[in-house]
Design a protein around this ligand. Structure first.
Ligand code: ITT
Length: 201
């Protein structure tokens, strides 16, 4: 019988990437939270002080609803060096701004006039897994780059239009889904999760 891995995220942009990056995992069936809408699960408050803490808050919380399954969550975000690591763990909700466009505009405004050599940034993704015995594993991925001078591109989600990965001239939002998924912070963390599920089950 196949194990079930419930990937608990409420973010559709993440879900799409996770589905593609994980692909088929031997002996596992991948499900997402929105396949359990009838359970009406409220998301937990993300009150941790690091990506890891928030990731664990989510996976531990959701695993209570799916105790017989494997449950994974991830916490991710953009850290800008010039802004002392902001928006960081507050990437989804800086200044209570709602839309991706508003958040992108705010970062560009805060980086106004900052030269290219001071625009270093990274995306971080911390995936955590709770297995049916309650054991926990954590997997991390990062990608380094720079904040662009203006928003460019339509692909992806979140801060993709202003993040230029090192070695590239295009933003994540100008790259194809496959290109972003082949190098991203999420890809690096999820590959570690996948290897763990295949080898250490
Ligand atoms: P869940 O907690 O339900 O998974 P969320 O959107 O609240 O969804 P986070 O708290 O981890 O998730 O916030 C992550 C935010 O960081 C996300 O909303 C984006 O604004 C940003 N972000 C993360 N990964 C990104 C990526 O690959 N590209 C662009 N922005 C990203």
């Amino acid at each position: 019988m196949k194990n079930i891995l419930v990937f608990a995220t409420t973010n559709f942009g993440k879900e799409k990437e996770i589905r593609t990056i994980l692909g088929k995992i031997e002996n596992f069936e991948l499900k997402f939270l929105n396949q359990f809408n009838e359970m009406k699960i409220e998301p937990p408050a993300e009150e941790g002080s690091s990506f890891e803490e928030n990731s664990l808050i989510k996976s531990r919380y959701y695993s209570k609803f799916f105790s017989e399954h494997f449950v994974a969550s991830e916490d991710s975000g953009l850290m800008v060096e010039f802004l002392n690591g902001a928006p960081g763990i507050y990437s989804a909700r800086i200044n209570s701004l709602k839309t991706d466009e508003e958040k992108v505009e705010l970062i560009l405004k805060m980086m106004n006039g900052v030269p290219i050599n001071k625009r270093d940034a990274k995306f971080v993704c911390v995936v955590s897994l709770v297995n049916p015995f309650g054991e926990i594993e954590v997997f991390k991925g990062e990608i380094f780059g720079k904040i662009s001078f203006e928003a460019r591109g339509k692909n992806g989600f979140g801060y993709d239009p202003i993040f230029i990965p090192d070695g590239e001239f295009r933003t994540f939002a100008e790259m194809s889904e496959e290109e972003k998924n082949s190098i991203s912070h999420r890809k690096k963390a999820l590959l570690k999760l996948k290897e763990h599920l295949i080898w250490k089950r």
